[in-house]
Every structure is written in C-alpha cells, then in structure tokens.
Design a binder for this molecule. Sequence first.
Ligand code: SF4
Length: 508
Amino acid sequence: MNSTPTKKVLVKTFGCQMNVADTERMVALMGERGMEPTENPKEADLIIINGCSVREKAVHKAVSFLGEQQILKKQKGEKGPIIALGGCVGQLDKGEVFKRAPYLDFVFGPDAIDQLPELVHKAEEGNRHFVQVEFDKTLAYSTQTKVHGSKAQAFVNIMKGCDKYCTYCIVPFTRGREKSRTIQEVLDDLAGLVAKGVREVTLLGQNVNSFGKGNPNTNGYEPKELHNPIGKVGPRAGEENFPQLLYAIEADPRLEKLKRIRFTSSHPLDFSDELIACYGPKEKGGVTRLAKHLHLPVQSGSNRMLTKMGRHHQIENYIAQMKRLKELCPEVGMSTDLIVGFPTESEEEYLDTRKLLDEVQFDNIYAFMYSPRPGTRASKLPDDVPNDVKSRRLNDLLAHQLTIAKTTYASRVGQTMEVLVEGLAKHQNMMKEGEKGRVWTGRTTCNRVVNFIDTTGRNYLGQLLMVKITGSTSLSLSGELVHDSGYAERNDGSVQYTSSYSSSEVVQ
Ligand code: SF4
C-alpha cells in the first residue's frame, strides 16, 4: 500500500520570546494542515525563517541562514522546499530581499501569521515573490493560543505592539500600536490550555504591563491609587489593566491546575506599585502563582543616556522599584536588558551602568552593543562610540555580571526548590563515568536553571519536583531530587508531554 509521506515544516527562529511564540503558532497552524515539525532543512518541504529586527546580529543571522538554504533549491529544483521569510525582518523588508535571494518564495509580517496556510497554498500553486505585510487595522486584538503537541509550558500573547517609541527601537514600526485582548478572552484561552495539560504560562507582549489600555472595564473594577514615583503611570479608571488580569487568573476556578504565571517584556513606566504588590504575600494582595521573577529592561545606568534613548524613566526610580520589589519578595530573581555604546556614551556613563549591576544584583543580564536600526530616530545620531570601545565595555559588563551572579547563585546552595522540568539537559556531563541515569533540566519559580540526575528512568518532562540545591555556577544550579512521591498521581497518563519545538536562537 502506498502512503503519502507526511510533509515537514522547519521554522527557524532568530529573535525574542515573541518570535518563539510566533514560531509555535506557525508550527501549530501547519500541523493542523498535516505538516510535522522538523529541525533538519534537508527533509523540510517548507522552511520559514522567523527573524527579529531589533538587533543587527539577529537580522544577520536570519539573512545568513536564508542564504544557506539556496543550495536546497538548486539541488532539488521543482521539488525543493518552499522558503519564506517572516517576523519583523519580513515586515521591514517588504520584499526587497527577492533581489538578493530570488530563490525565496514569499515574505510575510507578524500580523499575517494566521494567513500562513493560505500563503503556503498560494506558493504551492506556483505563485512566487509575493508579500503579505499589511498591518491588522482592527482596533481590537483577538486571538487564540495554538501549541503543537502537549506542553507543560505555553507562551500566551495578551497584547501586541508598542506605544513607547524608544529612539533606538524598530518594534513600534514592525508590530504597530498597542492593542490588548480582553481579560475574559485571555481567561478562556488559558482554561483551554490548562485542560490540555499546560501548567506554566508566560504572558507575552512588547510592553506587557501596559496590558488593557483602551479596553473598557466591565467588571466594576476600581484601580487602586498608585504612588509610583515616576508619576507617569496612573490607574486608568474604567479600563482593564495587567494586575487586574493577574487577580482574575488567580480567582478563576478553571485555572486551579495552572502553577506558574510569568510575563515578559515590561517597561519601568508601567511597573506600578499595584503590580509590585502582586509579588507580595497573599494577605497583602499578592498573586500566589505569579512566578518570583521579573525581567525589567533598564537599558542604561545613566540618566542622560536614558533621556537620549527616549526611555522616559530615571535610574533612581528604577532602583527604588527594584528595592521595593525585593523588600516585598526577597527570593525574587531579576533580569534586565542593557545597551552599551549608545551614541555619545562616555566612559563615566558606561561605569554608571556597571554600578547599577552592583546596586540591583541581577541574576542575569542581556547586554548588547548599540547598533543603529534603519528608520529609528537614534539612527540619525552619529554612531560615535568606536567598535573596539563598545566591545570592551560589553565584555567588561558581562564579566562583571558573572562575578555578581556567582555569589547570587552560590547563596542558593542548601535550599530546596520547586523545579518545573523542561527536558533532558543538553549536556549530560554531570554524570560520573560508569554512573547510570540521566540529567534533567528545569527552572525554579525565580527562573533559575536547575540540573539534576535521575536514576529511576522515569519520564519527568512537565513535572513539578522538589530539588535540593547542591552546587552552583554563575549561570545555573545543580541538585538532587528530594522525592518524587507524587509521581504516579501526577503522571496518571492523562497528558503525555512533548518537548518544546526548539529550532530557535533567542536574542532578548
Ligand atoms: S518599550 Fe521596548 S518595544 Fe517599545 S519602543 Fe521601547 S524598546 Fe521598543
């Protein structure tokens, strides 16, 4: 009996977590059309490059991966894969790339993801070099999360776009103005995911803590008075907001099995007192399942640089916010984004950024050398910090962070932490020679990576386990499984988890 081989799709991601979430959606959409995901370009019938345009490096990686695929078209001719360029790179390019990469079939932007099956069909019918980069002009934002297979974790887009217009950033031009889903729609979406076995969600948006702007509040909610020293954030009376969403998740009986809520990315201007209170104990208004982790991009430790970057926040306020958060939730893990070598950045201003690391004691930083993005306001400024200076500052900053993180991570040794298992560790070198077993990897509520050895041969994917921390580096913790007594109950066979699709290079 002849059976038609299953078609395969490879989505290669170069970008932030929004891109990773978009990739999951693309894989799921093509899965509904019978395509299986693959990580091998040679066996793919459809190759999508999902690129982020925020950093020059990510764009170069996306374009260079695209270049590598032309050989497949040459070798296989008509039978070669359909190749498409998506994400913010596709949105900005608008088809210019066809001149350099004539083997590319089509280009599409983030707002066209749901049209992907139709676009692929159009290409299968022989149409080539077409572009779909129209913004969705509707005022409301409505969607439903799609995941491929059974996952313990899911990314859930709750808003899109950005109204902040930082001078160096291309996002408002590639993703458009802010739009949020309604709280009710997000709750119903989460209920569907939880019923399928999802236990941890990351609520996503370019500026996720300004969620709800413009959505009328129909629940009679009155925002609490804020005392945010920045002054620009205020309760938006009559509108939904992010803390309100967190409280609604906590209160929804359909979401009892949801164990952790994460969110990214946020802006200090919208990191309100009300949101800080969500990290506190329940009796003080805390949201118990909110993960004890915060990624709050600061970008620079110098107020002059922040002004030039159009960030509209002051470093003193940022430090005060982080201090208040740590007082309320001492176990919180914090991370941030930083840019070095922004136009006119002096050595002293760079050192202010370095000092900020000492002050805040981040667990992790995502630091980059400034590179002008065409079309942004900052791209009109002279890019006057020489490359070797940028590179020295970056390496110095990263090295300094490693020394700080070494101490922070070492302070966790001896503690017992709850770990959500994400899969087998890439490197199994924790095992001693001749020892039988496997190394699993997962994350704590404060987003620290924990590796541990298991000798039972059980499948721990998607499980929440208690691990006693016995070792640390500057980037991760290692430990011993304390017990898995609830294993049989948790692993009742109702959900067989699959690993996350991982053909991604995350660039925050
Ligand atoms: S807040 Fe973030 S996404 Fe928005 S413009 Fe600034 S850097 Fe870009």
